[in-house]
Design a protein around this ligand. Structure first.
Ligand code: HEM
Length: 143
């Protein structure tokens, strides 16, 4: 079988706090997102939509989508209080010098919302999760 491989990155301190949000308590949100399989479908669908989205697809060109899919799944799992640590970089480090604008951020959130709808995530759970991600615009969007 062909195993997708990741590009090496410069070393950094691994800490789940790099995820940029504190996890929910309890297991309700983790279950509301259909656990690991649901999160994997949502992340893959969000990335797939973004890669063909003419508003933002160019931003992803030349970046490591194998690593992005893996670390996004970890990040979502960690924030939704599943049994995961986040091993990726901080949002500031990951998006440094990328030039992401507020409209790009909004486009990505729309793609995530479409993926969550497709997975039939309850609307209240969608909104609670989006409220955890929204403040990240301060570090992801170029100031
Ligand atoms: C809430 C919003 C966002 C979250 C939670 C998020 C999360 C992440 C994560 C976890 C990584 C990987 C970190 C690592 O490699 O260690 C990453 C990288 C990346 N993100 Fe985001 N992101 C967000 C918004 C955006 C937006 C709006 C764009 C562009 C439209 C974007 C484009 C990218 C790209 C291209 C990379 C790869 C960076 C590299 O190759 O080093 N992200 N993001």
């Amino acid at each position: 079988a062909v195993v997708p491989t990741e590009q090496p990155v410069a070393s950094y301190v691994h800490d789940s706090a790099n995820a940029g949000a504190t996890p929910f308590r309890g297991t309700a949100m983790w279950r509301a997102f259909h656990e690991a399989a649901g999160i994997a479908r949502i992340v893959d669908d969000t990335v797939d939509r973004s890669l063909i989205d003419p508003r933002i697809s160019d931003i992803f060109k030349g970046h490591d989508m194998v690593r992005l899919r893996r670390t996004l799944k970890e990040q979502f799992c960690y924030i939704l209080h599943g049994p995961c640590d986040y091993s990726g970089r901080t949002m500031a480090a990951a998006h440094k010098d990328m030039g992401v604008q507020q409209a790009d951020f909004a486009a990505l959130v729309e793609n995530l919302q479409a993926a969550m709808r497709k997975e039939h995530i309850r609307f209240d759970a969608q909104n609670r999760f989006l409220a955890k991600l929204a403040p990240m615009h301060r570090t992801v969007v170029k100031q």
